[in-house]
Design a protein around this ligand. Structure first.
Ligand SMILES: Nc1nc2c(c(=O)[nH]1)N[C@H]1C(S)=C(S)[C@@H](COP(=O)(O)OP(=O)(O)OC[C@H]3O[C@@H](n4cnc5c(=O)[nH]c(N)nc54)[C@H](O)[C@@H]3O)O[C@H]1N2
Ligand SMILES: Nc1nc2c(c(=O)[nH]1)N[C@H]1C(S)=C(S)[C@@H](COP(=O)(O)OP(=O)(O)OC[C@H]3O[C@@H](n4cnc5c(=O)[nH]c(N)nc54)[C@H](O)[C@@H]3O)O[C@H]1N2
Ligand code: SF4
Ligand SMILES: [Mo]
Length: 704
């Protein structure tokens, strides 16, 4: 790359902001560096970027990244530089040996929602075809899986947003549940600002008065883990006020009677007792939502990362269906997916129960279709495996070896000290990463791989818009792409063909594998994406003509066999762990604007570290006073799983019964040492957003 400007997308979150990268020659002849230049023509962010996107080129610097493979030395126990040949051969030999001794399911694979569609697709194919293992899942399970499950149940199809973001400013009212998008997707805040400028109303549901909640016309601050009761209470009130849309219910839905009965058991005073949200506020929320000519409910991780996340999202969907706020222009339920390819990463087969095109692994027709594309016998494809937490929990048990790409579970998995122990107990761990993450540091072999600006590939953003990230710069010597790695390993394990390293070639195969599936990409090509501002799936291939893609879903029918949306009757239940005498305080967790996820990438960017140098414990002045803690004093947050420490950050912007910690750091400040791995029975989502803790000054005995 020289002086040309190459349009591409940010390496981080699901907004996938458009950016231009431009090469700049280094004065010291150190090669070409890249700088980010505004890309105002891309509609999602219109040039705006958050600090992470703006500083993303510093990830390309060889100062922070891996540039040679590492193998753990028997002699020293340390990771030592090795050649690619040695590293790949070691992995292939060890995986083969595990399979020979313990069977195919003793080899596990763990992927990530940040991987491009091409990588996610190839990883799933590699697990099923080369390794023959059912034991594959990925970190998206920790992300939007509850919303995905509820989407599927109600609408027969899971695309996070059924409409483009540009519809948000034109609706009448938005209920934003457990999303802090002012920090997690800053350029998207514009859509809410424009909504209000247009006279629309914004209701934010969050136990904290976040930067996002500060924008709201109405802020409801429920106890963590009670969104299900809240949504049922709102639906009860909708019925009580006679504000249901009977015509819509009759013509577009089924199952109302049972859902209605469940809601009627959640009268407002009961809901107030459970959630802490007052009856007048409930009524005001119903008034704003129902008075608007059109309305949306958008959820993010707050209500979803609960052991009842699926039912909770079903309750919010029921509210939309009962009021006719779905399947109509400018109305609907949507989930704000999180990771760079959080949408596409869940569609093409790195999930335990899934084949490409959002097909089901246990559906004989799906197996036959994909097996034909892969040139294998459908009988040879393994069945569904374990979910992410269950897979990590099984490491060192019946799963003996693991290949991991695109995740850092030592920091991001719930009950992380236990999971770190499981990783350490493996016979063999191989990690492909850009940097030496905390998880890579435990590996027997580490492979240094290329990243976003150094390779092409597609991602599917939170709107379901398939985008092309273009290669803008050559990778440093010594680094190979994930696709090259999987191709080389497949070759060493006896599969010479079927694992190309060229992303476009993989995409062409993905198109065929996805054809006829729910997430049909067969009409999408790299060329089309480049010519349009991305293409929304489903986009089937049309003979002689271009299918336009599908920005808006469900306007005529839902994706169920009869075209009707399904009400799912749900009832409130408590969190898996409620406060008691020993652990009297509620802990919730989340993010800050300057750090991304496990921090593996952003903790290596100076400007971001300066803005968010470490963890903290957010607590209300009343709790601080009870504990006798002052601003900045070190606090320990202790649960049945372990403890995490950070300085106290005292604010009236949080419920007095709740503390908050962000999860971006390892070591003493790792909040996932504390979190509860209780799983949602349907989505297998862990309960990151609520558990019971006690607080102690970090250097004294217990006080609360
Ligand atoms: N800066 C930054 N941006 C990111 C990421 C990042 O790590 N850093 N990660 C990306 C990814 S993968 C994701 S998934 C998204 C996540 O994006 P968000 O969902 O916006 O992020 P969180 O901070 O996890 O949670 C959102 C809010 O949920 C609230 N909350 C906690 N408990 C509850 C509850 O019980 N009910 C309700 N209603 N709310 C609750 C928290 O107070 C928090 O403000 O962000 C993406 N963008
Ligand atoms: N307490 C608590 N815990 C949480 C959450 C929470 O809200 N609270 N949120 C959960 C959520 S929503 C998520 S999404 C997870 C995310 O948690 P993780 O899965 O740990 O996510 P990342 O930190 O993004 O890890 C991605 C890793 O892959 C590497 N990487 C980046 N690009 C590539 C690539 O192209 N190829 C390869 N091979 N590697 C690459 C990065 O350097 C990094 O080490 O955390 C979950 N954990
Ligand atoms: S909002 Fe997300 S996609 Fe946009 S610049 Fe920030 S991290 Fe990147
Ligand atoms: Mo996520």
């Amino acid at each position: 790359m020289r002086d040309e400007t190459i349009p591409t997308h940010c390496p981080y979150c699901a907004l996938q902001c458009g950016m231009n990268l431009r090469g700049v020659r280094q004065p010291d002849a150190a090669g070409t560096a890249v700088e980010v230049v505004e890309r105002p023509d891309f509609p999602v962010n219109r040039g705006a970027l958050c600090g992470k996107g703006r500083t993303s080129p510093s990830l390309l610097s060889s100062r922070v990244r891996l540039t040679e493979p590492l193998i753990r030395s028997h002699a020293t126990g340390r990771l030592e530089p090795a050649t690619w040949e040695e590293a790949l051969r070691t992995i292939a030999d060890r995986l083969r040996r595990t399979r020979e001794v313990h069977g195919a399911d003793a080899v596990g694979v763990f992927g990530g929602g940040g991987l491009t569609n091409e990588k996610a697709y190839t990883l799933g194919k590699f697990a099923r075809v080369v390794l023959g293992t059912s034991q594959i899942d990925y970190n998206g399970r920790f992300c939007m899986s509850s919303a995905a499950a509820a989407h599927g149940k109600a609408f027969g199809l899971d695309r996070g947003l059924p409409f483009p973001l540009e519809d948000i400013p034109r609706t009448g009212c938005v209920i934003l549940v457990g999303s802090n998008l002012a920090e997690t997707m800053p350029p998207a805040l514009r859509y809410l600002t424009e909504l209000k400028e247009n006279g629309g109303k914004l209701i934010v549901v969050d136990p904290r008065r976040t930067k996002t909640a500060e924008q709201a016309d109405l802020h409801l601050a429920p106890r963590p883990g009670t969104d299900l009761a809240l949504a049922l209470g709102l639906l009860h009130e909708v019925v009580a006020q006679g504000r249901t849309d009977e015509e819509f219910i009759a013509s577009r839905t089924t199952g109302w009677a049972d859902a209605r009965a469940a809601a009627m058991a959640h009268w407002p005073e009961l809901v107030e007792r459970i959630t802490g949200v007052g009856v007048p506020e409930l009524r005001e929320a119903v008034r704003l939502f129902c008075d608007a000519p059109s309305a949306m409910v958008l959820t993010a991780r707050g209500p979803e990362q609960q052991s009842k996340g699926t039912d909770t999202v079903s309750a919010w969907i029921n509210l939309c269906l009962a009021t006719g706020r779905a399947g109509r222009p400018l109305s609907g339920y949507g989930c704000l997916t999180g990771q760079g390819n959080g949408q596409g990463g869940r569609e093409h087969g790195q999930k335990a129960d899934q084949l490409p095109g959002y097909r089901k692994l246990d559906d004989p027709a799906a197996r036959a279709h994909v097996a034909e594309v892969w040139g294998v016998d459908p009988e040879s494809l393994p069945g569904p495996g374990r979910s992410a937490y269950e897979l990590l929990d099984a490491l060192g048990g019946d799963v003996k070896s693991l290949l991991l790409m695109g995740s850092n579970p030592v920091v991001s998995a719930p009950r992380a000290a236990h999971i770190e122990g499981r990783l350490r107990s493996l016979d063999f761990l191989a990690v492909a990463d850009v940097v030496l993450s905390e998880t890579a540091a435990l590996a027997d072999v580490v492979l240094p791989v290329t990243q976003w600006a150094e390779e092409s590939g597609t991602t599917t953003n939170l709107e379901g818009r398939v985008l092309l990230r273009r290669k803008a710069v050559d990778a440093p010597d010594g680094v190979r792409s994930d696709l090259e790695v999987l191709g080389a390993l497949a070759g060493l394990l006896g599969h010479e063909k079927g694992f190309p390293a060229d992303p476009e070639e993989v995409f062409e195969e993905l198109r065929r594998a996805s054809a006829g599936g729910l997430a049909d990409y067969s009409g999408i090509t790299y060329r089309r994406i480049a010519e349009e501002d991305g293409v929304f799936w489903p986009c089937p291939e049309k003979e002689g003509d271009r299918h336009p893609g599908t920005p808006r879903l469900f306007l005529d029918r839902f994706a169920t066999p009869d075209g009707l949306a399904r009400f799912v009757p749900v009832n409130h239940r408590p969190a898996a762990e409620e406060p008691d005498a020993e652990y009297p305080v509620l802990l919730t967790t989340g993010r800050v604007v300057a750090q991304y996820q496990s921090g593996a990438q952003t903790r290596r960017v100076d400007e971001l570290n300066a803005a968010a140098p470490g963890p903290f414990v957010e607590l209300h002045p009343q709790m601080a006073e009870r504990l006798g803690v002052r601003e900045g004093e070190p606090l320990a947050v202790v649960s049945r799983r372990g403890r995490a420490t950070g300085p106290a950050r005292i604010t009236t912007g949080i419920r007095p019964d709740t503390v908050f910690m962000p999860f971006h750091w390892p070591g003493e400040g790792r909040v996932n040492t504390v979190t509860n791995p209780a799983l949602d029975p349907t989505s297998r989502m862990p309960e990151f957003k609520v558990c019971a803790v006690r607080l102690e000054p970090a250097d004294r005995g217990a006080v609360a």
